[in-house]
Design a protein around this ligand. Structure first.
Ligand SMILES: *Cc1c(COP(=O)(O)O)cnc(C)c1O
Length: 403
C-alpha cells in the first residue's frame, strides 16, 4: 500500500530527540526558543511563538484580540474544521464565505459582502499551500468604509483600529507571495506542524507576528507565552532557577506550550526543508505532466506570477464527476493499494455546523470543488516508481468510473 502522507523521520531525527530526552530538560526550553528564532528567519516573520498546535495558536490569537459572544469572524466554508472551531470556542460566530473558481481559496469578493459592524477578524486559509490573495485582503481591511464600520471593544481592538487578519497557514510553510514568504504578510500567520503537514513536530504549531508598528511584538509574544502556560508569570525553566520559585497567575490561561522534544524534531525538519520542498515540487510536476494529457483532469494551481505554493496537497479534480462517482473512484484507487484523501468536506456538511444552521447550498463553489476532488500522495519519500503507480492507478480508476 502506498501511504498518503507518512512523515520524513530518520536516524537524524531520532538522534536529536534522544539528545533532548537525555539532556535533563524535555519540556519548553532552549530547543523551543531556538526553533522560534530559526522559524522567524526562515519565514521572514518579526516574531514567532511555538505552541502545541495551530488550533491552539489560532484560539490564543482570537482571545488576545478579545473575540467573544456577539462578534463575527469570517472564514472560508472550504477548510478544515479547526479554522471555525476556534471561533466557536470564543463564543463568536464563524461567518462562512465561498471560495474562488481559479483555486480552493477564500473569495475576496465574498469577504467584502460579509463584513459587518460585528466583524473582528478574517481567517484566510492557504488551501493546499497556495497563498490567498493577501494584498487584496490586507487592502480591504484598511479601506475607509471598512475601517469606519469597525467597532473596537477592547484595548487591543482600539489599538489595531481595524479588522484583524490571521492566516491559517497550516499548509503553507515555505510558500511565497509577491516575493514575501507566508509568515511575513498577515497580522498573524499560524502554521501547523501536525504529523501530516509539510514540516512536522508530531503535533505542534507556530504563530508568526507582523502586527502594525504601533504594537510591541515582544509584549505580544510575552502575552501569548504566558497565556499558553496557565497565565503563569514564569515558565518551568525560569522557576527552576535558584530562589525563583514564586510566581503569580494573571489570568486563567490555557495549556498549549511546545515541548523541547517536539522542537528537536522541528529543527531537523527545518534544516532540510528546502530539500523537502524541492522534492515536493518535483512530485507535483510529474503529476502535472501526466494529468495534462487527460481531458477530465482539472489540475490544481501551484504557481503563477505572484504566488508559489508549498506543494502541500495535489488537489486533483475529475471534471464532471459527482460526489458518488468520486467516492467510487476513490474506492477503486484504494483497492489498487494507493491511499488518497479528500480535502476538505466543506464545513456545512459537518453535523456541528449543520446544527448551527449553515447550509451547503449557500456555498456552491465550495461544494463544486469538493464533490469531484481527490488528493494524491505528496511526500519526500515518495519514489519515482510510486509516482508512476499512483498516476496509472488514478487514471485507470477514473476511466473505469466515468468512461
Ligand atoms: C491541519 C490543519 C489545521 C489544524 O492544525 P493543528 O496543528 O492540528 O491544530 C488547521 N487548519 C487547516 C487548514 C489544517 O489543515
Amino acid at each position: 500500500m502506498i501511504p498518503f502522507s507518512p512523515p520524513r523521520l530518520d536516524q537524524k531525527t531520532v538522534d536529536e530527540v534522544s539528545k533532548v530526552l537525555l539532556s535533563g530538560w524535555i519540556t519548553t526550553g532552549p530547543r523551543t526558543k531556538e526553533f522560534e528564532v530559526k522559524l522567524s528567519e526562515f519565514l521572514g516573520a518579526r516574531k514567532t511563538i511555538c505552541l502545541s498546535s495551530a488550533t491552539a495558536g489560532m484560539e490564543l490569537v482570537l482571545r488576545w484580540l478579545g473575540v467573544k459572544e456577539g462578534d463575527e469572524v469570517i472564514v472560508p466554508a472550504y477548510t478544515y474544521c479547526a479554522t471555525a472551531n476556534v471561533v466557536v470556542h470564543c463564543g463568536a460566530k464563524p461567518v462562512m464565505v465561498d471560495i474562488n473558481t481559479k483555486d480552493f481559496n477564500i473569495s475576496v469578493e465574498e469577504i467584502k459582502k460579509n463584513i459587518t459592524e460585528k466583524t473582528k477578524a478574517i481567517i484566510p486559509v492557504d488551501i493546499g499551500g497556495l497563498p490567498c490573495d493577501m494584498d487584496e485582503i490586507m487592502d480591504l481591511v484598511q479601506q475607509t468604509d471598512v475601517v469606519s464600520k469597525f467597532n473596537a471593544q477592547t484595548e487591543v481592538q482600539e489599538q489595531l483600529g481595524r479588522i484583524l487578519v490571521m492566516s491559517d497557514a497550516a499548509h503553507s510553510v515555505g510558500a511565497s507571495y509577491k516575493g514575501k514568504k507566508v509568515g511575513a504578510i498577515s497580522d498573524f500567520t499560524v502554521f501547523s506542524f501536525h504529523a501530516v503537514k509539510n514540516l512536522t513536530t508530531a503535533e505542534g504549531g507556530a504563530v508568526c507576528m507582523n502586527l502594525p508598528e504601533s504594537f510591541d511584538l515582544d509584549a505580544v509574544y510575552q502575552n501569548l507565552n504566558v497565556m499558553s502556560l496557565h497565565g503563569q508569570s514564569k515558565d518551568a525553566l525560569a522557576k527552576s532557577k535558584i530562589g525563583n520559585w514564586r510566581y503569580d497567575v494573571s489570568e486563567p490561561g490555557y495549556k498549549c506550550n511546545m515541548m523541547d522534544i517536539q522542537a528537536a524534531i522541528g529543527l531537523v525538519e527545518l534544516e532540510r526543508y528546502p530539500e523537502t520542498l524541492e522534492r515536493r515540487r518535483e512530485i507535483v510536476q510529474y503529476y502535472d505532466e501526466r494529468f495534462k494529457q487527460k481531458e477530465w483532469a482539472i489540475r490544481p494551481l501551484f504557481e503563477d506570477e505572484e504566488k508559489t505554493s508549498s506543494f502541500h496537497l495535489y488537489l486533483l479534480r475529475v471534471k464532471g464527476a459527482n460526489e458518488a462517482q468520486r467516492d467510487q473512484i476513490m474506492s477503486k484507487i484504494f483497492e489498487k493499494q494507493v491511499s488518497v484523501n479528500v480535502h476538505f468536506q466543506p464545513l456545512p456538511l459537518l453535523t456541528a455546523y449543520k446544527k448551527r444552521g449553515y447550509q451547503m447550498a449557500d456555498y456552491p463553489k465550495a461544494f463544486g470543488a469538493y464533490e469531484n476532488e481527490i488528493s494524491l500522495p505528496v511526500y519526500f519519500n515518495l519514489t519515482d516508481d510510486n509516482i508512476k503507480t499512483v498516476i496509472d492507478v488514478v487514471i485507470e480508476s477514473v476511466e473505469e468510473v466515468i468512461g
